[in-house]
Design a protein around this ligand. Sequence first.
Ligand SMILES: Cc1ncc(COP(=O)(O)O)c(C=O)c1O
Length: 356
Amino acid sequence: MEKQYRSEYKLLLDANEMNFDPSNLTIDWSKIKAFNRYPDPDSLALKEVICQELNRKESRYDSDNRYRPVSPEQLIIGTGSDEILKLILEGLTEKGSVAIAPDPSFSEYEKLTQLVQGKLVKVPCNNFKVDVEALIDAQKRNDARLIFIANPNNPTGQLISKKEIEALLINTDAWIVVDEAYAEFSQETALGLLEKYEKLLITRTLSKAYGLAALRIGYLIASERVTASLSPYKMTYNITGVSELIALQVLNDTDYSDQYIADVKALRRKAFDLLKEVNGLTLYPSEANFILVEVNTKENYSLLEKALEKNAIKVRYFKNSSNLNQDEPLHRCIRLTLTTFDEFEVLLSVIKEVMM
Ligand SMILES: Cc1ncc(COP(=O)(O)O)c(C=O)c1O
């Protein structure tokens, strides 16, 4: 039986988190004492540090020389990128509007669209690859206002190219929201397209590559005009002062994040090689900090689920083995978060026990 609390698991490989806790690193807790004062509603200091970090890192992936430094006016900070995605829907769509997302993709898109009383139309992927032509077609047929693209996609890990994003920008009459929650683990970003396309909105988070999921900080990067028009939809004091102060201190020293990203990329290569040797698994290419794996039979899937539970390893399932549905694209799939080689080895040994 599934454990009641997440804390009961020995390995948490289900939510694509870091397994390193940055709060051990640099925080001067004595600075966090002004509980009686409201935080800065614009989180300006945090925006400045995030811009520095983006401009330091992202220009490295600017193969076509289109990256322009991002300024604080182009940012909105939210309580996680979840809040930012909802704010985008609130500001740019109306009751009854259609939004579009590939299927499979991040499950929150549907929930958030429903929360604002819109409708999410899902466009099937092709062997888990996002079908850009089909998205363009669906946008036109449904007169959709907005398209969500998680890049890399969750849960598949696959990437769509900057060229394909540009095709969506050119050939649709909709806002294009590129959710880059995992972009730090890939070598691709749509940031270089912001200068040319005002209908492009990019979301990012400190929950994944910076290991700050508990703080709940995500952000939007868009043109100044778009952020100005969306700002009124934000609650004035959405970010707690405590979260902001901790994030500021941690982001002043991001070597740990650079190291973690490099380690995860190295582990990803190694994990692919090692998992490839296991019979009965189909692996999907990933540019994120997780791998999507398909198990060959319902029986093996069920055995694996039981063995992982018994060993207190939590991974992401998409359907309980008791109600697997052949028509669901993710049936018999599990998503494995990549953290450290030590944790991966423990996971691999349980997988091998079942599959070998
Ligand atoms: C694709 C994608 N977008 C957004 C999020 C949400 O991130 P946050 O913690 O910033 O709300 C996640 C979290 O798993 C995600 O996978």
